[in-house]
Design a protein around this ligand. Structure first.
Ligand code: ADP
Ligand code: ZN
Length: 692
């Protein structure tokens, strides 16, 4: 029963905010370790296609215009025939005539318009010199015959019989050669252009799709998208790089041993486990741990995410699973790491509303089949990560599949210190920085958050041209990761500023006065991220929370709104974040944790997740009403209590708010000046001393 310990309280003045938390969204930014830059591939690229098509077009243009053929009129044709300069005529497709001039006649000035492709005059080439278009082959034949007869009658006047015969022969010997030609260029073009357009569109779509799903390849739909790290791109992560997580490491080291000396286990008849499931919140180092296993065992490491299997087409997921296992078996012994396996491994058949996602189910089935399919000594070990083992399909957790579960928890203070040490190593930092202190300042942070803090601190220091990273830079980085970037130039009116100051002062006052409220670190009214003001607390690291603690926290969270009412007599929208938190917490208190007398020791929480999709509530209408009324009662009582406390301490509240308005940020020390030392803190330190 871990009640989520909030490390922050951020207020918003704008109800329309869609992001309820002023949290920095990029705070989880896992840096892939051991991921080497990919070698540039000279592979198949879309530009090749573009290039080829362009070359093809140019080529066709070039060949088509190898020589210049002029079109002529019947008049000129008649002139040429009359001069008896025709070598031959080729009638193409009964559509036009190609006219070849006798080589000897080309010198005639009549033909000075004939140019070859280089622009030289009167050359005789294989291409026709002229083209004559006609409408109808029969008319052309008739006209040509008439022309021949005309020439013969005209030219043979006053000629001897011998000469006559020669002329007749010459005129009649003009060959008209019919030819049928296929216009291949045009034909192919007619085909090619539509096909090319379709192909281009297809490629474009594929490209867009594979880009949006992370891959770069076009023709590898059914291929798995696993990234392979092997000898060439060796995984340089070792257990040294994984701080803390001692228990997880012990379990995982066993897997390394399986991979290194399988015989030791198989000789005794033991079976090597096929898979292990790493369960933990995001950023707790699951991927890191899996990489460390591969790095330590010196085996190839396939890494992919559960969502990589999912595509919009049916059957792709299953085929990707098949392909993944095929590749893995080729590389055995190896490790396959599937991140976020819940994307495919969710329990089957639970979506009663959507009617079930067949594609995801068949992907999961394929995964189960493949895991059963290979022999246990094949040397393929599958590690999967999820942050919700409870919603996974039971079949996945059966023996012979992911039968081992390794829990990766959020780091405790000692582990945080160790993680800080790992990630501060590459930084040049002030050696007087107390890592203990940093560990204490970061409750609830995951390993990834801490890595982010270290990086952010270095960036902040660099921005101020510092030679080394100082303590303040780390603190600023922590603030930034908790609450987002400071926005000093957000426009806030004087009145609004006053309301924000009193709101925050209300939180601070109540958390100071109540025994179980989280101790305050600092309060600010400088806007940050989406929040207008914030109070930082240092939650205790506790595994159990009792009823009094929750009630005190509720009261402190309501302190902001209560203060507004006590001071101004009216309330604002600025408490949205507070109210959301309170509603969740109180409902959880009543219906999940069984901390309400009326409802009794019942919990309607369903750890199997099968309730998630159901429309009905697991309790009766009457119980629902009771829950609602109990929640209202608890919140109302807490609000009254908050107001009473503030009325009793009104002068101090005013002092605090005014100080806040003047300084914008105030720390625990300033509160001590106003309220005196917090009695509970002393009690606690006494108790701590005794423990030691
Ligand atoms: P997960 O897979 O659990 O979401 P990752 O393994 O990707 O988290 O962790 C993200 C980053 O956080 C890692 O690359 C590493 O820099 C840092 N990190 C997380 N846990 C640890 C740890 N125990 N020791 C050192 N670094 C860690
Ligand atoms: Zn508030």
């Amino acid at each position: 029963m871990t009640e989520e310990t909030e490390k922050k309280d951020i207020d918003q003045n704008n109800v329309s905010k869609d992001s309820p938390e002023g949290q920095n969204k990029d705070k989880k930014n896992p840096i892939p370790l051991g991921k080497l830059p990919k070698k540039p591939k000279m592979g198949f690229s879309i530009y090749w296609i573009y290039g080829l098509i362009a070359v093809f077009f140019l080529g066709i243009q070039y060949f088509n215009f190898s020589g210049e053929t002029k079109e002529i009129t019947w008049q000129k044709f008649e002139l040429i025939v009359t001069k008896r300069n025709i070598e031959k005529i080729v009638v193409v497709n009964k559509e036009y005539a190609e006219i070849y001039i006798k080589k000897a006649s080309l010198k005639d000035t009549l033909y000075k318009d004939i140019k070859d492709k280089n622009g030289a005059n009167n050359t005789f080439g294989p291409t026709p010199h002229y083209i004559l278009n006609f409408l109808n082959i029969d008319i052309f034949n008739k006209d040509f015959n008439d022309l021949q007869n005309k020439i013969i009658t005209k030219d043979t006047v006053n000629k001897t019989a011998q000469e006559k015969e020669k002329i007749i022969n010459e005129v009649n010997s003009i060959i008209i050669k019919p030819e049928t030609r296929k216009d291949w260029g045009g034909e192919i073009f007619g085909w090619l252009i539509p096909i090319a357009i379709i192909v281009l569109i297809w490629i474009f779509i594929m490209n867009r799709m594979s880009k949006s799903s992370g891959g770069g390849q076009i023709f590898s739909f059914g291929k798995s998208k696993a990234t392979l790290f092997d000898k060439d791109t060796s995984v340089s992560v070792s257990f040294k790089d994984v701080a803390g997580l001692e228990e997880a490491k012990v379990e995982v080291m066993e897997i390394v041993d399986f991979l290194k000396n399988p015989k030791k286990y198989t000789d005794l008849g033991g079976k090597i486990p096929k898979g292990a499931l790493l369960v933990g919140l995001p950023g707790t180092g699951k991927t890191l741990l899996a990489k460390a296993v591969a790095g330590e065992a010196h085996v190839p490491f396939f890494s992919l995410s559960g969502s990589d299997f999912v595509e919009m087409f049916v059957g792709v997921g299953a085929s990707r699973v098949r392909d993944l296992f095929k590749q893995a078996k080729e590389k055995a012994p190896c490790i396959v790491f599937i991140d976020e396996i819940d994307a495919i491994g969710r329990a089957r058949g639970k979506q009663m509303i959507t009617g079930g996602n067949d594609e995801r189910e068949s992907t999961l089935n394929q995964l189960l089949t493949e895991m059963d399919g290979f022999a246990s000594n094949a040397g393929v070990i599958i590690l999967a990560a999820t942050n919700r083992a409870d919603i996974l399909d039971r079949a996945l957790l059966r023996a012979g599949r992911f039968d081992r579960q390794i829990h990766v928890e959020l780091p405790d203070i000692e582990e945080r210190k160790a993680i800080f040490m790992v990630h501060m190593k590459p930084l040049r930092f002030d050696p007087t920085i107390n890592i203990d202190f940093l560990g204490k300042q970061t409750p609830g942070f995951s390993g990834a958050d801490i890595a982010n803090v270290c990086n952010e601190a270095a960036l902040i220091a660099a921005r101020q041209n510092k030679k080394i990273v100082e303590k303040q830079d780390f603190l600023d980085a922590i603030d930034r990761i908790v609450a987002g970037l400071e926005k000093r130039n957000k426009i806030i009116s004087k009145e609004e500023k006053k309301i924000i100051a009193y709101h925050e002062a209300g939180h601070a006052t109540i958390s100071w006065l109540l025994k179980y409220a989280h101790p305050l670190v600092k309060v600010t009214i400088v806007p940050r991220g989406k929040a207008l003001g914030a109070a930082w607390y240092l939650p205790e690291e506790r595994q159990l929370t009792n009823k009094e603690q929750i009630l005190d926290e509720l009261c402190a969270t309501l302190g902001g709104r209560a203060s507004e009412e006590v001071i101004f007599g009216t309330i604002s929208t600025g408490a949205l974040n507070d109210l959301e938190k309170i509603t969740k917490q109180t409902y959880a208190m009543v219906s999940v944790f069984g901390l309400n007398e009326k409802i009794g020791n019942l919990s309607f929480y369903d750890s199997t997740g099968s309730q998630e999709y159901s429309l009905t509530k697991p309790y009766s209408e009457k119980t629902a009403e009771t829950i609602d009324s109990e929640v209202s009662k608890i919140v109302a009582a807490a609000y009254v209590r908050a107001k009473e406390l503030l009325v009793q301490n009104k002068e101090k509240l005013v002092l605090l708010a005014e100080a806040l308005l003047k300084k914008e940020v105030i720390f625990k020390e300033d509160l001590e000046e106003i309220f005196g030392k917090r009695p509970f803190d002393e009690e606690k330190t006494e108790a701590e001393k005794k423990e030691l």
